[in-house]
Design a protein around this ligand. Sequence first.
Ligand code: B12
Ligand code: SF4
Length: 480
Amino acid sequence: MTKKILLINPPQTFYRGCCDFNVYIPTSLLYLSSYLKKYNVDVEVELLDFVVIDFNEKIIGDKIQYGTSFDRIKEMLKNTDANIVAITSPFSTQFHNAVEVAEIARKEIPNALIVLGGPDASVRGKEILEKNDCFDISVMGEGEETFSIVCKIYEGDLNDIKNVKGIVLNHDGAIKMTPKRDYLTNLDSIPFPDYDLIDFNDYFHNKHFYRQKARHLDNGIGIITSRGCPFGCIFCSIHIHMGHKFRSHSPKYVIDHIALLKKKYGINNLNFEDDNLTFDIVRFEKILDMLLATNADIKWKTPNAVRADLITNDILEKMQNSGCTELTISIESADDHTRNSIIKKRLDIRMVIKVAEHCRKINLRCRSFYLVGFPGETIETMRKTLDFALDMFKRHHLIPRVHMVTPQFGTKLFEICKENNYFSVDINEKTLGLGNQLYGTPLIKTEEFDETDMKDLIKEYEDKYSKLSRDLRAIQPSIY
Ligand code: B12
Ligand code: SF4
């Protein structure tokens, strides 16, 4: 029997003052679909991206809901007869929307298996199922193989799938977690995302399309060329859903993927969103060489930030020649002790400065991320980072982006704050969202600083930054 699989991206809700809403291509669901089609012989896949379908912006009290209205979702789900409803929860801040969609699905398609997945589900799958009986199972981490097996063997009874590795299931009134599944070692075994499931215009024509709102407008879509990261920065949860081991697509796969996007879908602008794009610098350089050799003629950026420590001047020039229009690098802290002993970034700042200097020289726009507010920091170490950010902006035009660090679920940072009572508010979807905004709401207070100190510090920085950017823009309007 052909199994009908419904993939769902829930709508999103933002509190005033939260980080910005962005429409984006649902890469995760497109990968799940292509993998299913390649490895599960008899499936019919439909995607409902409730971030873009019948797009609506509705103010509800202190929140704005973006995407499809719940009335419309109800109507649409009523008319489906899916065997499996698969819902993604990419951001903890948006989890309540996944619940609301699952509850509708449970009512409208009572016989369907309701599956949750995504980074949020991966960091707290057991807890989620304990509190929300609208989900039958939660897939932990990388989803392709686990979900494909679930779809293959599920015949209507949870007993069918109770031994599948990598899931949490709500079975016979108990929450059971199965053993972890190994990550895929050969990433090239995953076919390209199933772009035929979407109409790119639904995304490109939405005024909230990711990066569309930025000053340098283009229709850049996200692309992933590797997964996982061997580093252990305490604020990052990537290893929980993609693992500590760096796994990558071959340069040929990457080049073929880019060629497909360009030829079949007319996409010339890409955002490399890897966790650690430059970790295997030899592979990265090979990708650049192949972009150049094949005259790929694309524009690309690295908005998720890359580690700058292995990037040489030669590589920077190849990046620029192969279409890189903007490099974003992660610095986090200018204080060596904070960066390496507290955050565990293991990054030599001299290498970063060299990269920024050379970007200025070759006129490649470069941005950098900074984080302040880690337990163990002092006002002095934070001020050192903020002064460094301003100094690098002034001297090398390294455009700073400062965040107050957010204790995401599942991170070492979250544990440290919990153990030491460092949360300044109860951590939930709303406060996490408020903490995620550009300059953030302070969520952490320690013996060294409290919320007022953080606000004062950021205000002092913002004032200096606004003045400096005005001055720099007066000299060079194209600075950003
Ligand atoms: C690109 C990106 C964005 C883009 C676009 C999002 C997108 N999904 O494309 C934008 C700019 C919108 C964005 C915004 C933010 N992001 Co972001 N983003 C990413 C990034 C770098 C890549 C996403 C991606 O394409 N991954 C590739 C696919 C293949 O992986 P995947 O999405 O995890 O899907 C796999 C599995 O999770 C699973 N899976 C996923 N869904 C489902 C569903 C089912 C049913 C099943 C079975 C399996 C499954 O299978 C998939 C295939 O293996 C990730 C990091 C990462 N590596 O994933 C962070 C990440 C998702 N973002 C994160 C965060 C925190 C944010 C922001 C809060 C940042 C900020 N300060 O503004 C905002 C959130 C805004 C909001 N809406 O609330 C966190 C989420 C952590 C969390 N628990 O919430 C991540 C994990 C980064 C991190 N390590 O902390 N982001
Ligand atoms: S280097 Fe980047 S991806 Fe790796 S652990 Fe640190 S923040 Fe996460």
